[in-house]
Design a binder for this molecule. Structure first.
Ligand SMILES: [Zn+2]
Length: 158
């Protein structure tokens, strides 16, 4: 797994800043609100001077963190996209996101987990968030809100 500076206390925004600093390329986080269910809930757009992570805005905080961490996994693993993917997304996204299609050099959408690439990104998100959400990690820094979040993920105690 790629090395990341996990911020203390943890926030997904601070994590993105750490990754951006290490790579020397800014990472922008942008929410989008898309009712089309065939659209991915997260996207990584590689632009000339920066990377942009789009995430579905109408989701809970844990899911938002998961979407963003997944896209960060793609960035850190330097996953390629194929030309067909790029063409499809250029056509679909540009009207929605108001970006210049020619500036887009790579795009990955969070849609299915059938490819090794998607599984790798999802595993990165799972491991990363699992480590910051575990009750031990939360307790160690006395973070009540993280503890509550970890507890919520584990479900009601029986
Ligand atoms: Zn993905």
């Amino acid at each position: 797994m790629a090395e990341v500076d996990v911020p203390e206390p943890f926030s997904i925004e601070a994590l993105c800043e750490n990754v951006a600093r290490r790579r020397g390329r800014p990472i922008e986080l942008r929410a989008f609100y898309e009712s089309d269910p065939t659209m991915p809930c997260g996207l990584w757009l590689q632009m000339p001077e920066r990377d942009v992570i789009y995430y579905e805005g109408a989701v809970s905080l844990p899911l938002r963190e998961n979407i963003i961490a997944h896209e960060l996994g793609h960035i850190l693993a330097d996953h390629p996209c194929d030309q067909q993917e790029l063409d499809v997304y250029r056509a679909r996204l540009m009207p929605t996101l108001a970006l210049n299609p020619s500036l887009l050099t790579r795009v990955l959408g969070r849609v299915s987990y059938t490819t090794a690439r998607e599984q790798e990104a999802e595993m990165f998100a799972w491991l990363l968030l699992g480590s910051v959400r575990s009750p031990d990690a939360a307790e160690a820094r006395g973070d009540a809100s993280a503890q509550g979040r970890a507890a919520a993920l584990l479900g009601p105690s029986s």
